[in-house]
Design a protein around this ligand. Structure first.
Ligand code: SF4
Ligand code: SF4
Length: 376
């Protein structure tokens, strides 16, 4: 399907390796020092190709709906042409439900034609034989969202198995869903053996209640015990979980983890051709109009991109600063967690009364954290 890319990123003085066949990725800074960002452009683009979705989930951070806009193919082609020149390696297609874009297969083909590897996340609806075949031919991996009722997701995993497609389950973790996460990890090993990984995504209250945000309480501690015991498949986390990953202690390979990559190595393009450091900013800020500014110029000079990098570089400048970050010995690992949403483990009020003492060396002011590709 593809090849091995080894690249020296001159503008930022680091080396990367990416295997297009199996997704293996490695980034190496000079003298063992991690690079802060890629000055030329993102390594990974999240692209919402449609805001169409028929599921009406109350927690949807994009409030996707059946009248959702589809990105025009010519716009997608233009983004791919610029992305290729900037060295983008991978595209994560989302929405909405991306596979219900009327030109979805053509979009996958277009991506590969630009030597970029696509993957996508489906809610399980609208999958067809043609889409499974195109997925096998063009994609690195397929992800299916794990929301009740689970029949659609289970069917996607079954079909993906028949087509030999690498499949992940994406599980949005909130105070409401955490018992289901424990149940999945503890009681579904036969199902987990059929997939590559479960990737847990930290809940963000964009169009939904703040009361569902994770806290550092007994349920979360119980969840991480289940994570440690799971061997039927890999476990991953999005970088938005970074402040919670300290709870894994020595069971976490810290080299597999990076703090928030928004505006550093990844960025988001919306279906209406606006460009943001991360997809969760879509309904909170204006983004850059890609009809007027190129992808490369927006990445380099866009105010939101520069602001995001500034926040990730220095303590105490987040949207919701956390006092404990000021003296946290894990700051270099976590960088204060999410810079936009008040969803981090060490925020005031997130530590529940009655929760057990932190693991040795992992105090509230002693945190740590990862990236969407963090894995155990
Ligand atoms: S800014 Fe926050 S929501 Fe966006 S990718 Fe970073 S951690 Fe996640
Ligand atoms: S206190 Fe440490 S672990 Fe907690 S959010 Fe700040 S840097 Fe991260």
């Amino acid at each position: 399907m593809g090849g091995l890319i080894v690249r020296y990123c001159r503008e930022s003085d680091y080396l990367l390796t990416f295997n297009q066949n199996n997704g293996f990725f490695l980034r190496m800074g000079k003298g063992g020092k991690d690079p802060f960002y890629n000055a030329l452009g993102p390594e990974l683009l999240d692209i919402s190709i449609t805001n169409y979705c028929a599921r009406n989930c109350g927690f949807c951070y994009r409030a996707s709906h059946v009248g959702g806009l589809h990105m025009a193919h010519e716009d997608y082609e233009a983004v791919m042409g610029q992305a290729r020149k900037l060295g983008v390696l991978q595209v994560a297609l989302g929405g909405g439900n991306p596979n219900e874009h009327p030109e979805f297969v053509r979009i996958l083909e277009t991506t590969r034609r630009h030597n970029i590897v696509p993957s996508y996340t489906t809610n399980g609806q609208g999958m067809t034989a043609e889409i499974y075949e195109a997925t096998k031919k063009y994609c690195g991996a397929l992800a299916v969202s794990w929301y009740p009722p689970y029949a659609d997701a289970r069917e996607v995993v079954r079909q993906a198995g028949i087509h030999k497609i690498k499949t992940n389950v994406h599980f949005m973790l909130s105070l409401e869903t955490i018992p289901e996460a424990v149940d999945l990890l503890d009681n579904e090993s036969e199902f987990l053996e059929k997939i590559n990984a479960v990737v847990f995504l930290n809940y963000k209250p964009v169009h939904s209640s703040r009361d569902l945000c994770l806290t550092d309480g007994p349920e979360t501690r119980r969840f991480f015990e289940s994570v440690k015991k799971t061997s039927a498949c890999k476990i991953g986390f999005d970088s938005c979980m970074v402040s919670y990953l300290t709870l894994l202690g020595d069971d976490l390979e810290r080299e597999t983890v990076d703090f928030c990559e928004a505006g550093r190595f990844s960025a988001f393009v919306s279906e209406d051709m606006r460009f943001y450091p991360c997809s969760f900013l879509k309904d909170m800020s204006e983004g850059v109009d890609l009809g007027a500014v190129s992808l490369g110029d927006a990445w380099r000079d866009g105010a939101e991109f520069q602001k995001m990098r500034g926040r990730l570089k220095a303590r105490g400048v987040q949207e919701h600063p956390i006092e404990a970050c000021g003296t946290c010995s894990d700051y270099d690992f976590c960088r204060g967690g999410c810079q936009i949403f008040d969803v981090n483990r060490c925020r005031p009020g997130a530590s529940m009364a009655g929760s057990p003492a932190p693991a040795a060396g992992l105090g509230a002011a002693d945190g740590p954290g990862p990236d969407p590709r963090a894995a155990l």
